[in-house]
Write a protein that binds this ligand. Structure first.
Ligand code: ME8
Length: 507
Protein backbone atom coordinates (compact mmCIF):
# COMPACT_ATOMS: atom_id res chain seq x y z
CA UNK A 1 0.00 0.00 0.00
CA UNK A 2 1.17 3.51 -0.71
CA UNK A 3 -0.13 6.89 0.42
CA UNK A 4 0.90 10.10 -1.31
CA UNK A 5 -0.24 13.40 0.23
CA UNK A 6 0.49 16.94 -0.92
CA UNK A 7 0.06 20.53 0.25
CA UNK A 8 -0.26 23.40 -2.20
CA UNK A 9 3.10 24.82 -3.14
CA UNK A 10 3.24 28.24 -1.55
CA UNK A 11 4.03 31.51 -3.28
CA UNK A 12 7.39 32.95 -2.40
CA UNK A 13 6.25 36.55 -2.77
CA UNK A 14 6.30 36.88 1.04
CA UNK A 15 7.18 34.92 4.17
CA UNK A 16 5.13 31.94 5.42
CA UNK A 17 2.19 32.61 7.74
CA UNK A 18 -0.21 30.57 9.85
CA UNK A 19 -2.46 29.69 6.88
CA UNK A 20 0.43 27.89 5.20
CA UNK A 21 1.40 26.22 8.47
CA UNK A 22 -2.18 24.93 8.76
CA UNK A 23 -2.22 22.93 5.53
CA UNK A 24 1.28 21.60 6.16
CA UNK A 25 0.29 20.43 9.64
CA UNK A 26 -2.85 18.75 8.33
CA UNK A 27 -0.93 16.91 5.63
CA UNK A 28 1.62 15.84 8.21
CA UNK A 29 -1.06 14.29 10.43
CA UNK A 30 -2.28 12.18 7.52
CA UNK A 31 1.26 11.22 6.52
CA UNK A 32 2.18 10.13 10.04
CA UNK A 33 -1.05 8.22 10.52
CA UNK A 34 -0.51 6.28 7.31
CA UNK A 35 3.08 5.52 8.28
CA UNK A 36 1.68 4.03 11.49
CA UNK A 37 -0.45 1.78 9.30
CA UNK A 38 2.76 0.44 7.78
CA UNK A 39 2.16 2.00 4.36
CA UNK A 40 4.78 3.52 2.07
CA UNK A 41 4.08 7.20 2.56
CA UNK A 42 5.26 10.16 0.57
CA UNK A 43 4.51 13.68 1.79
CA UNK A 44 5.28 16.56 -0.55
CA UNK A 45 5.32 20.29 0.06
CA UNK A 46 7.25 23.14 -1.53
CA UNK A 47 7.18 26.53 -3.19
CA UNK A 48 5.59 28.08 -6.26
CA UNK A 49 8.14 30.52 -7.59
CA UNK A 50 7.08 31.75 -11.03
CA UNK A 51 4.46 34.13 -12.32
CA UNK A 52 3.26 37.59 -11.57
CA UNK A 53 2.73 37.33 -7.80
CA UNK A 54 6.45 36.70 -7.37
CA UNK A 55 7.74 38.89 -10.22
CA UNK A 56 5.70 41.88 -9.00
CA UNK A 57 6.76 41.45 -5.37
CA UNK A 58 10.42 41.24 -6.44
CA UNK A 59 10.19 44.38 -8.55
CA UNK A 60 8.54 46.24 -5.70
CA UNK A 61 11.53 45.32 -3.52
CA UNK A 62 14.00 46.15 -6.26
CA UNK A 63 15.43 42.61 -6.45
CA UNK A 64 15.43 39.94 -9.12
CA UNK A 65 12.63 37.36 -8.85
CA UNK A 66 15.16 34.57 -8.38
CA UNK A 67 16.68 36.38 -5.40
CA UNK A 68 13.32 36.83 -3.72
CA UNK A 69 12.43 33.22 -4.51
CA UNK A 70 15.68 31.94 -2.99
CA UNK A 71 15.19 33.98 0.14
CA UNK A 72 11.59 33.02 0.80
CA UNK A 73 11.84 29.41 -0.35
CA UNK A 74 14.36 28.97 2.45
CA UNK A 75 11.85 30.31 4.96
CA UNK A 76 9.19 27.88 3.78
CA UNK A 77 11.68 25.04 3.81
CA UNK A 78 12.66 25.93 7.38
CA UNK A 79 9.04 26.20 8.51
CA UNK A 80 8.29 22.53 7.84
CA UNK A 81 10.65 21.05 10.49
CA UNK A 82 9.69 23.80 12.93
CA UNK A 83 6.11 22.58 12.63
CA UNK A 84 7.25 19.02 13.17
CA UNK A 85 6.32 18.23 9.57
CA UNK A 86 7.84 15.05 8.18
CA UNK A 87 7.76 15.91 4.49
CA UNK A 88 9.78 13.55 2.31
CA UNK A 89 10.70 16.20 -0.23
CA UNK A 90 10.51 19.94 -0.75
CA UNK A 91 9.91 20.96 -4.34
CA UNK A 92 10.75 24.33 -5.83
CA UNK A 93 9.28 25.11 -9.24
CA UNK A 94 12.59 26.68 -10.22
CA UNK A 95 14.22 23.23 -9.94
CA UNK A 96 15.59 22.40 -13.39
CA UNK A 97 14.06 18.90 -13.23
CA UNK A 98 10.61 20.32 -12.56
CA UNK A 99 10.92 22.80 -15.42
CA UNK A 100 11.95 20.05 -17.82
CA UNK A 101 8.98 17.90 -16.75
CA UNK A 102 6.56 20.82 -17.23
CA UNK A 103 7.88 21.31 -20.76
CA UNK A 104 7.60 17.61 -21.52
CA UNK A 105 4.05 17.18 -20.23
CA UNK A 106 2.69 20.38 -21.78
CA UNK A 107 4.30 19.58 -25.13
CA UNK A 108 2.42 16.29 -24.95
CA UNK A 109 -0.81 18.17 -24.28
CA UNK A 110 -0.10 20.17 -27.46
CA UNK A 111 0.77 17.04 -29.46
CA UNK A 112 -2.54 15.56 -28.32
CA UNK A 113 -4.34 18.49 -29.92
CA UNK A 114 -5.46 20.54 -26.91
CA UNK A 115 -3.40 23.70 -27.52
CA UNK A 116 -4.11 26.46 -30.05
CA UNK A 117 -3.13 30.07 -30.64
CA UNK A 118 -5.54 32.87 -29.82
CA UNK A 119 -5.98 36.28 -28.28
CA UNK A 120 -7.01 36.67 -24.68
CA UNK A 121 -8.87 39.72 -23.57
CA UNK A 122 -10.33 40.08 -20.12
CA UNK A 123 -9.87 40.97 -16.49
CA UNK A 124 -6.95 39.65 -14.50
CA UNK A 125 -5.84 39.74 -10.87
CA UNK A 126 -2.03 39.75 -10.62
CA UNK A 127 -2.14 38.64 -6.96
CA UNK A 128 -4.28 35.57 -7.74
CA UNK A 129 -2.53 35.14 -11.09
CA UNK A 130 -6.04 34.43 -12.27
CA UNK A 131 -8.28 35.53 -15.11
CA UNK A 132 -11.67 36.61 -13.78
CA UNK A 133 -14.99 35.98 -15.47
CA UNK A 134 -17.51 38.85 -15.48
CA UNK A 135 -19.56 37.24 -12.70
CA UNK A 136 -16.51 36.96 -10.42
CA UNK A 137 -15.73 40.65 -10.22
CA UNK A 138 -16.54 42.87 -7.25
CA UNK A 139 -17.84 46.39 -7.58
CA UNK A 140 -15.32 48.88 -8.95
CA UNK A 141 -13.63 46.13 -11.00
CA UNK A 142 -12.05 44.66 -7.91
CA UNK A 143 -10.75 41.20 -7.04
CA UNK A 144 -13.16 39.56 -4.56
CA UNK A 145 -10.22 38.01 -2.68
CA UNK A 146 -7.57 40.74 -2.69
CA UNK A 147 -9.84 43.77 -3.08
CA UNK A 148 -7.37 45.30 -5.53
CA UNK A 149 -8.35 46.74 -8.91
CA UNK A 150 -8.20 44.21 -11.73
CA UNK A 151 -6.15 44.89 -14.82
CA UNK A 152 -7.43 44.64 -18.37
CA UNK A 153 -5.28 42.20 -20.28
CA UNK A 154 -5.02 41.69 -23.98
CA UNK A 155 -2.45 39.21 -25.12
CA UNK A 156 -1.59 36.78 -27.89
CA UNK A 157 -1.50 33.44 -26.12
CA UNK A 158 -1.55 29.75 -26.57
CA UNK A 159 -4.79 28.42 -25.13
CA UNK A 160 -5.58 25.19 -23.36
CA UNK A 161 -8.80 23.67 -24.71
CA UNK A 162 -10.45 23.28 -21.31
CA UNK A 163 -13.91 23.25 -22.89
CA UNK A 164 -13.06 19.97 -24.64
CA UNK A 165 -13.20 18.29 -21.21
CA UNK A 166 -16.65 19.45 -20.18
CA UNK A 167 -18.26 16.06 -20.63
CA UNK A 168 -15.41 14.00 -19.23
CA UNK A 169 -15.29 16.18 -16.15
CA UNK A 170 -19.02 15.84 -15.61
CA UNK A 171 -18.61 12.11 -15.96
CA UNK A 172 -15.74 12.11 -13.46
CA UNK A 173 -17.94 13.85 -10.90
CA UNK A 174 -20.81 11.47 -11.63
CA UNK A 175 -18.61 8.42 -11.12
CA UNK A 176 -16.45 9.54 -8.22
CA UNK A 177 -18.51 11.08 -5.48
CA UNK A 178 -15.43 11.36 -3.27
CA UNK A 179 -13.17 13.08 -5.81
CA UNK A 180 -13.68 16.34 -3.92
CA UNK A 181 -14.62 16.74 -0.24
CA UNK A 182 -16.37 18.17 1.72
CA UNK A 183 -19.62 17.77 -0.20
CA UNK A 184 -20.27 21.51 -0.48
CA UNK A 185 -16.95 21.92 -2.30
CA UNK A 186 -17.75 18.99 -4.59
CA UNK A 187 -21.00 20.74 -5.51
CA UNK A 188 -19.24 24.04 -6.03
CA UNK A 189 -16.76 22.48 -8.45
CA UNK A 190 -19.47 20.59 -10.28
CA UNK A 191 -21.64 23.65 -10.70
CA UNK A 192 -18.67 25.57 -12.08
CA UNK A 193 -18.21 22.80 -14.64
CA UNK A 194 -21.90 22.70 -15.48
CA UNK A 195 -22.01 26.46 -15.97
CA UNK A 196 -19.95 25.87 -19.12
CA UNK A 197 -16.17 25.73 -19.40
CA UNK A 198 -14.23 28.24 -21.43
CA UNK A 199 -10.73 27.72 -22.78
CA UNK A 200 -7.97 29.33 -20.73
CA UNK A 201 -4.57 30.83 -21.52
CA UNK A 202 -1.81 28.22 -21.21
CA UNK A 203 1.03 30.68 -21.82
CA UNK A 204 1.90 34.32 -21.16
CA UNK A 205 3.54 36.53 -23.71
CA UNK A 206 4.22 39.63 -21.63
CA UNK A 207 5.96 37.82 -18.79
CA UNK A 208 9.45 36.38 -18.70
CA UNK A 209 9.54 34.92 -15.17
CA UNK A 210 8.38 31.39 -15.86
CA UNK A 211 9.09 28.13 -17.64
CA UNK A 212 9.90 28.74 -21.31
CA UNK A 213 7.43 27.27 -23.79
CA UNK A 214 9.53 24.77 -25.75
CA UNK A 215 7.81 25.36 -29.10
CA UNK A 216 7.84 29.18 -28.83
CA UNK A 217 10.56 30.84 -26.77
CA UNK A 218 8.73 34.15 -26.71
CA UNK A 219 6.28 32.67 -24.20
CA UNK A 220 6.39 31.25 -20.70
CA UNK A 221 3.78 28.88 -19.30
CA UNK A 222 0.97 30.38 -17.27
CA UNK A 223 2.05 29.88 -13.67
CA UNK A 224 -0.88 27.69 -12.67
CA UNK A 225 -0.10 24.96 -15.19
CA UNK A 226 3.55 25.04 -14.15
CA UNK A 227 2.54 24.93 -10.46
CA UNK A 228 -0.05 22.15 -10.63
CA UNK A 229 2.41 19.86 -12.34
CA UNK A 230 4.65 19.92 -9.25
CA UNK A 231 2.60 17.09 -7.75
CA UNK A 232 3.61 14.89 -10.64
CA UNK A 233 7.08 16.20 -11.52
CA UNK A 234 8.43 15.83 -7.96
CA UNK A 235 8.17 12.06 -8.18
CA UNK A 236 10.45 11.99 -11.21
CA UNK A 237 13.45 13.37 -9.29
CA UNK A 238 12.86 13.18 -5.53
CA UNK A 239 15.08 10.62 -3.79
CA UNK A 240 13.44 7.36 -2.71
CA UNK A 241 12.56 7.58 1.03
CA UNK A 242 14.77 5.42 3.23
CA UNK A 243 11.95 3.23 4.52
CA UNK A 244 10.71 2.07 1.12
CA UNK A 245 11.15 -1.60 0.33
CA UNK A 246 13.42 -2.44 -2.58
CA UNK A 247 11.56 -2.95 -5.86
CA UNK A 248 12.34 -2.16 -9.46
CA UNK A 249 9.73 0.61 -9.58
CA UNK A 250 10.48 4.32 -9.49
CA UNK A 251 8.49 6.80 -7.38
CA UNK A 252 6.05 7.64 -10.17
CA UNK A 253 5.14 3.99 -10.55
CA UNK A 254 4.91 3.44 -6.82
CA UNK A 255 3.05 6.56 -5.80
CA UNK A 256 1.10 8.05 -8.67
CA UNK A 257 -1.83 8.85 -8.60
CA UNK A 258 -1.70 11.02 -5.47
CA UNK A 259 -3.98 9.87 -2.64
CA UNK A 260 -4.83 13.34 -1.34
CA UNK A 261 -4.26 16.89 -2.42
CA UNK A 262 -5.00 19.18 0.54
CA UNK A 263 -5.87 22.75 -0.39
CA UNK A 264 -7.99 25.67 0.82
CA UNK A 265 -11.01 26.87 -1.08
CA UNK A 266 -9.17 29.82 -2.70
CA UNK A 267 -7.61 27.43 -5.20
CA UNK A 268 -10.51 25.03 -5.62
CA UNK A 269 -11.14 25.61 -9.32
CA UNK A 270 -7.52 25.03 -10.29
CA UNK A 271 -7.39 21.70 -8.48
CA UNK A 272 -10.84 20.34 -9.18
CA UNK A 273 -11.36 21.52 -12.78
CA UNK A 274 -8.14 22.62 -14.53
CA UNK A 275 -5.94 19.94 -12.95
CA UNK A 276 -8.02 16.88 -13.85
CA UNK A 277 -8.58 18.30 -17.34
CA UNK A 278 -4.85 18.88 -17.80
CA UNK A 279 -4.08 15.34 -16.69
CA UNK A 280 -6.70 13.94 -19.05
CA UNK A 281 -5.14 15.96 -21.87
CA UNK A 282 -1.70 14.56 -21.01
CA UNK A 283 -3.07 11.02 -20.54
CA UNK A 284 -1.97 10.83 -16.91
CA UNK A 285 -4.06 9.14 -14.24
CA UNK A 286 -6.11 11.48 -12.01
CA UNK A 287 -5.46 11.92 -8.28
CA UNK A 288 -7.75 10.03 -5.92
CA UNK A 289 -9.08 12.90 -3.82
CA UNK A 290 -8.89 16.62 -3.22
CA UNK A 291 -9.79 17.79 0.28
CA UNK A 292 -10.66 21.45 0.55
CA UNK A 293 -10.28 22.93 4.01
CA UNK A 294 -11.60 26.29 5.11
CA UNK A 295 -9.92 29.55 6.01
CA UNK A 296 -8.34 30.48 9.27
CA UNK A 297 -9.90 33.82 10.03
CA UNK A 298 -8.69 36.65 12.17
CA UNK A 299 -11.17 39.39 12.93
CA UNK A 300 -13.53 37.68 10.49
CA UNK A 301 -11.27 38.13 7.44
CA UNK A 302 -9.19 35.48 5.72
CA UNK A 303 -5.68 35.73 7.00
CA UNK A 304 -3.30 36.47 4.16
CA UNK A 305 -0.04 38.15 3.49
CA UNK A 306 -1.61 40.50 0.98
CA UNK A 307 -4.11 41.71 3.60
CA UNK A 308 -1.39 41.94 6.24
CA UNK A 309 -3.50 40.49 9.13
CA UNK A 310 -1.15 37.69 10.04
CA UNK A 311 -0.54 35.74 13.27
CA UNK A 312 3.04 34.53 13.44
CA UNK A 313 3.35 30.74 13.80
CA UNK A 314 7.04 31.03 14.68
CA UNK A 315 6.23 33.08 17.77
CA UNK A 316 3.61 30.57 18.99
CA UNK A 317 5.97 27.65 18.42
CA UNK A 318 8.83 29.34 20.22
CA UNK A 319 6.79 29.79 23.39
CA UNK A 320 4.47 26.76 23.42
CA UNK A 321 6.02 24.27 21.02
CA UNK A 322 4.86 22.95 17.65
CA UNK A 323 2.59 20.29 19.16
CA UNK A 324 0.44 22.87 20.92
CA UNK A 325 -0.02 24.79 17.68
CA UNK A 326 -0.82 21.61 15.73
CA UNK A 327 -3.37 20.54 18.31
CA UNK A 328 -4.95 23.97 18.60
CA UNK A 329 -5.46 24.53 14.87
CA UNK A 330 -7.00 21.13 14.24
CA UNK A 331 -9.17 21.21 17.36
CA UNK A 332 -10.35 24.82 17.20
CA UNK A 333 -11.36 24.99 13.53
CA UNK A 334 -13.42 22.04 12.23
CA UNK A 335 -11.34 20.77 9.32
CA UNK A 336 -13.20 21.64 6.13
CA UNK A 337 -14.86 24.77 7.52
CA UNK A 338 -13.78 28.34 8.16
CA UNK A 339 -13.00 29.29 11.72
CA UNK A 340 -11.55 32.09 13.78
CA UNK A 341 -8.28 31.75 15.60
CA UNK A 342 -6.94 34.03 18.31
CA UNK A 343 -4.32 34.08 21.01
CA UNK A 344 -7.09 34.07 23.63
CA UNK A 345 -8.67 30.84 22.43
CA UNK A 346 -5.22 29.33 21.94
CA UNK A 347 -4.25 30.02 25.53
CA UNK A 348 -7.57 28.69 26.79
CA UNK A 349 -7.19 25.39 24.97
CA UNK A 350 -3.57 25.09 25.99
CA UNK A 351 -4.45 25.51 29.63
CA UNK A 352 -7.68 23.52 29.88
CA UNK A 353 -7.08 20.73 27.41
CA UNK A 354 -3.34 20.25 26.96
CA UNK A 355 -2.05 21.20 30.40
CA UNK A 356 -5.01 20.04 32.52
CA UNK A 357 -6.77 17.26 30.67
CA UNK A 358 -3.84 15.47 29.04
CA UNK A 359 -0.73 16.73 30.84
CA UNK A 360 -2.19 16.35 34.33
CA UNK A 361 -3.76 13.00 33.59
CA UNK A 362 -0.38 11.65 32.55
CA UNK A 363 1.57 13.08 35.47
CA UNK A 364 -1.09 12.11 37.99
CA UNK A 365 -1.28 8.55 36.72
CA UNK A 366 2.49 8.08 36.74
CA UNK A 367 2.71 9.77 40.13
CA UNK A 368 0.14 7.39 41.65
CA UNK A 369 1.86 4.39 40.14
CA UNK A 370 5.12 5.54 41.74
CA UNK A 371 3.49 6.12 45.12
CA UNK A 372 1.32 3.03 45.34
CA UNK A 373 3.14 0.43 43.23
CA UNK A 374 6.79 1.53 43.09
CA UNK A 375 6.50 2.53 39.41
CA UNK A 376 5.71 -0.97 38.19
CA UNK A 377 2.49 -1.49 36.26
CA UNK A 378 0.27 -4.18 37.83
CA UNK A 379 -0.66 -7.12 35.64
CA UNK A 380 -4.29 -6.81 36.68
CA UNK A 381 -7.29 -7.24 34.42
CA UNK A 382 -8.44 -4.11 32.66
CA UNK A 383 -11.57 -2.37 33.87
CA UNK A 384 -14.50 -3.41 31.66
CA UNK A 385 -16.05 0.02 31.78
CA UNK A 386 -12.95 1.72 30.44
CA UNK A 387 -12.38 -1.10 27.96
CA UNK A 388 -15.85 -0.46 26.54
CA UNK A 389 -15.06 3.22 26.18
CA UNK A 390 -12.06 2.36 24.05
CA UNK A 391 -13.70 -0.43 22.03
CA UNK A 392 -13.66 0.34 18.31
CA UNK A 393 -11.80 3.62 18.80
CA UNK A 394 -8.87 2.82 16.56
CA UNK A 395 -11.14 1.72 13.70
CA UNK A 396 -13.25 4.88 14.02
CA UNK A 397 -10.15 7.07 13.94
CA UNK A 398 -8.91 5.24 10.85
CA UNK A 399 -12.25 5.63 9.12
CA UNK A 400 -12.40 9.34 9.87
CA UNK A 401 -8.83 9.91 8.73
CA UNK A 402 -9.53 8.03 5.50
CA UNK A 403 -12.00 10.82 4.84
CA UNK A 404 -9.50 13.48 6.07
CA UNK A 405 -11.86 14.30 8.94
CA UNK A 406 -9.00 15.51 11.09
CA UNK A 407 -11.03 17.36 13.67
CA UNK A 408 -13.60 14.61 14.13
CA UNK A 409 -10.86 11.99 14.56
CA UNK A 410 -9.09 14.16 17.11
CA UNK A 411 -12.34 14.60 19.00
CA UNK A 412 -12.90 10.83 19.12
CA UNK A 413 -9.55 10.47 20.84
CA UNK A 414 -10.04 13.48 23.08
CA UNK A 415 -13.36 12.15 24.36
CA UNK A 416 -11.34 9.26 25.84
CA UNK A 417 -8.92 11.68 27.49
CA UNK A 418 -11.87 13.41 29.10
CA UNK A 419 -13.39 10.06 30.07
CA UNK A 420 -10.18 9.02 31.81
CA UNK A 421 -10.17 12.24 33.80
CA UNK A 422 -13.68 11.47 35.01
CA UNK A 423 -12.65 7.90 35.69
CA UNK A 424 -9.88 9.05 38.01
CA UNK A 425 -12.35 11.18 39.94
CA UNK A 426 -14.96 8.40 40.12
CA UNK A 427 -12.58 5.65 41.19
CA UNK A 428 -10.48 7.89 43.48
CA UNK A 429 -7.34 5.70 43.58
CA UNK A 430 -6.14 7.66 46.65
CA UNK A 431 -9.11 6.21 48.56
CA UNK A 432 -8.55 2.69 47.26
CA UNK A 433 -4.92 2.93 48.37
CA UNK A 434 -6.01 3.34 51.97
CA UNK A 435 -7.78 0.00 52.01
CA UNK A 436 -5.69 -3.20 51.70
CA UNK A 437 -8.79 -5.24 50.80
CA UNK A 438 -9.17 -3.17 47.67
CA UNK A 439 -5.62 -3.65 46.42
CA UNK A 440 -6.86 -5.68 43.42
CA UNK A 441 -9.24 -2.92 42.48
CA UNK A 442 -6.47 -0.34 42.66
CA UNK A 443 -4.28 -2.57 40.48
CA UNK A 444 -6.99 -2.70 37.87
CA UNK A 445 -7.63 1.04 37.93
CA UNK A 446 -3.95 1.87 37.57
CA UNK A 447 -3.37 -0.73 34.86
CA UNK A 448 -6.40 0.54 32.94
CA UNK A 449 -5.30 4.15 33.12
CA UNK A 450 -1.81 3.25 31.94
CA UNK A 451 -3.23 1.32 29.01
CA UNK A 452 -5.61 4.15 28.19
CA UNK A 453 -2.74 6.62 28.21
CA UNK A 454 -0.66 4.36 26.02
CA UNK A 455 -3.46 4.01 23.46
CA UNK A 456 -4.10 7.74 23.47
CA UNK A 457 -0.35 8.30 22.99
CA UNK A 458 -0.32 6.05 19.93
CA UNK A 459 -3.45 7.54 18.36
CA UNK A 460 -2.50 11.16 19.13
CA UNK A 461 1.04 10.73 17.86
CA UNK A 462 0.26 11.99 14.32
CA UNK A 463 -1.17 15.17 15.86
CA UNK A 464 1.43 15.79 18.55
CA UNK A 465 4.46 13.65 17.74
CA UNK A 466 7.03 15.13 20.12
CA UNK A 467 4.77 15.10 23.20
CA UNK A 468 3.42 11.63 22.49
CA UNK A 469 6.94 10.30 22.08
CA UNK A 470 7.78 11.65 25.54
CA UNK A 471 4.66 10.13 27.00
CA UNK A 472 5.16 6.77 25.32
CA UNK A 473 8.84 6.67 26.28
CA UNK A 474 7.84 7.15 29.93
CA UNK A 475 5.42 4.24 29.50
CA UNK A 476 8.12 2.12 27.87
CA UNK A 477 5.96 1.97 24.74
CA UNK A 478 6.37 2.86 21.07
CA UNK A 479 4.42 4.99 18.60
CA UNK A 480 5.39 3.14 15.45
CA UNK A 481 2.45 0.89 14.79
CA UNK A 482 -1.23 1.62 14.75
CA UNK A 483 -1.92 -1.99 15.70
CA UNK A 484 -0.77 -0.98 19.20
CA UNK A 485 -3.61 1.56 19.36
CA UNK A 486 -5.95 -0.89 21.11
CA UNK A 487 -6.46 -1.31 24.84
CA UNK A 488 -4.50 -4.37 25.96
CA UNK A 489 -2.51 -4.66 22.70
CA UNK A 490 0.88 -3.99 24.33
CA UNK A 491 0.69 -3.74 28.09
CA UNK A 492 2.75 -1.16 29.95
CA UNK A 493 5.47 -2.61 32.19
CA UNK A 494 7.86 -0.52 34.26
CA UNK A 495 7.37 3.19 34.02
CA UNK A 496 9.97 5.95 33.76
CA UNK A 497 9.87 9.61 34.65
CA UNK A 498 7.89 12.23 32.77
CA UNK A 499 8.51 15.97 32.73
CA UNK A 500 5.28 18.00 32.48
CA UNK A 501 4.12 17.57 28.86
CA UNK A 502 2.55 21.02 28.68
CA UNK A 503 3.96 23.24 31.43
CA UNK A 504 1.56 25.85 32.77
CA UNK A 505 4.19 28.56 32.48
CA UNK A 506 6.00 27.86 29.23
CA UNK A 507 9.25 29.67 28.45
O1 ME8 B 1 -2.25 29.75 -3.86
N1 ME8 B 1 -6.49 29.76 6.02
O2 ME8 B 1 -0.16 29.83 -2.91
P1 ME8 B 1 -0.43 30.62 -1.56
C1 ME8 B 1 -6.23 28.49 5.65
N2 ME8 B 1 0.94 29.02 -5.13
N3 ME8 B 1 -5.32 28.16 4.74
C2 ME8 B 1 -4.60 29.14 4.17
C3 ME8 B 1 -4.81 30.49 4.50
C4 ME8 B 1 -5.81 30.79 5.49
N4 ME8 B 1 -6.06 32.00 5.91
N5 ME8 B 1 -3.95 31.23 3.78
C5 ME8 B 1 -3.24 30.38 3.02
C6 ME8 B 1 -1.06 29.55 -3.90
N6 ME8 B 1 -3.61 29.11 3.25
C7 ME8 B 1 -0.46 28.80 -5.07
C8 ME8 B 1 -0.81 27.33 -4.95
S1 ME8 B 1 -0.69 24.78 -5.77
C9 ME8 B 1 -0.30 23.98 -7.19
C10 ME8 B 1 -0.28 26.46 -6.06
C11 ME8 B 1 -3.02 27.90 2.64
O3 ME8 B 1 0.91 30.94 -1.00
C12 ME8 B 1 -4.07 27.07 1.91
O4 ME8 B 1 -3.59 25.78 1.73
O5 ME8 B 1 -1.38 31.71 -1.77
C13 ME8 B 1 -4.15 27.79 0.58
O6 ME8 B 1 -4.76 27.00 -0.43
C14 ME8 B 1 -2.68 28.03 0.32
O7 ME8 B 1 -2.13 28.32 1.62
C15 ME8 B 1 -2.42 29.18 -0.64
O8 ME8 B 1 -1.06 29.50 -0.61
Amino acid sequence: MSFYVTTPIYYVNAAPHLGHAYTTIAADVLARHHRQRGEEVFFLTGTDEHGEPVADAAHALGVEPQELADRNAERFRALAPELGASNDFFIRTTDAEHEAKVQEVLARVRDNGYVYEGTYEGWYCPRCADFKAENEIDEGNRCPIHHIELTREQEENYFFALSAFQERLEQLYAERGDFVAPRARFNEALSFIRSGLRDVPLTRHNLTWGVTVPWDHEHVFYVWFDALLNYYSALSYAPMPAGFAASGEDLVERLWPASYHLIAKDILRFHTVYWPALLMAAEIELPERVFVHGYLLMDGEKMSKSLGNVLDPFAVIERFGADALRFYLLREVPFGRDGSVSTTSFELRYETELANELGNLASRTLGMLGRYRGGVAPEAELDTELAEEFAGLRARVEGLLDAAELTAALDEIWQRVKRMNRYVEERAPWQLAKDDDRAGELDSVLASLLEGLRVVGVLLWPYMPASCEKLLAALGAASGSLAAGELGAARVGAVGTLEPLFPKEPA
